[in-house]
Design a protein around this ligand. Structure first.
Ligand code: GTP
Ligand code: MG
Length: 198
């Protein structure tokens, strides 16, 4: 798929204020600093469309970007930073859970996971939450440029094991990406194209 236009439309913290056109949208979620905003820039080939930062906590609102005038990419704040709960079970920000529970235009969530790390409790909890909420999702492993190919394969294998141990009967579709090198771009855009055409 070719990206002809990519425009920022609106930022807000209320699902009711998100664009109300019936266009399909894809949301990026994951721990702060995992690379959600960078991935949106990589996919759209616009370096500054979504704001990024080396410091976690940069994206604070729900951000809608309209692509080719007929679908949306949605950048969300990260979880797992500043607002982490002291309880054993993570509590995700209310407006984020509202988004996943109420947003009818959402057709697929992309859960971003740093490929260098072992499965993190908060990510597994969020994935479980999406499953319970019946939100379709894929996994995107990020920052693949930071480790070698064999390590990528063994880390993904370890992640699959963790998901199976967390009662997932099958592994969701996943992508391996690097925003600095453009890895995974074609695969993700092709996937989105396929869903948009359904
Ligand atoms: P929050 O908005 O704070 O939740 O973070 P985010 O998930 O949007 O992360 P962001 O895209 O702002 O990137 C965080 C840092 O990781 C930045 O310094 C990016 O340059 C870096 N980064 C993101 N993706 C990649 C990648 O694929 N490779 C490398 N090497 N660095 C990356
Ligand atoms: Mg961000």
């Amino acid at each position: 798929m070719k990206i002809n236009t990519a425009e920022f439309i609106i930022s807000n913290s209320e699902v009711s204020k998100c664009p109300n056109e019936p266009l399909p949208e894809y949301a990026f979620i994951g721990r702060s600093n995992v690379g959600k905003s960078s991935l949106i820039n990589m996919l759209t080939e616009r370096k500054k469309l979504a704001k990024t930062s080396a410091r976690p906590g940069k994206t604070q609102l729900i951000n809608h970007f309209k692509i080719n005038s007929n679908w949306y990419l949605v950048d969300l704040p990260g979880y797992g930073y500043a607002k982490v709960s002291k309880k054993t079970k993570a509590v995700f920000q209310q407006f984020i859970t509202d988004y996943f529970e109420k947003r009818e235009q959402l057709v697929c969530a992309f859960v971003l996971i740093d490929i260098r790390l072992e499965a993190q409790k908060i990510d597994l909890e969020f994935i479980t939450y999406l499953g319970e909420t019946e939100v379709p999702f894929c996994i995107i492993f990020t920052k693949a440029d930071k480790i070698g190919k064999s390590k990528i394969a063994s880390n993904i294998a370890a992640y699959k094991k963790q998901l199976l141990a967390n009662n997932w009967a099958e592994i969701p579709q996943y992508f391996v990406t690097s925003s600095s090198e453009g890895t995974g771009r074609d695969e993700i855009l092709e996937f989105i194209d396929g869903v948009n055409e359904d």
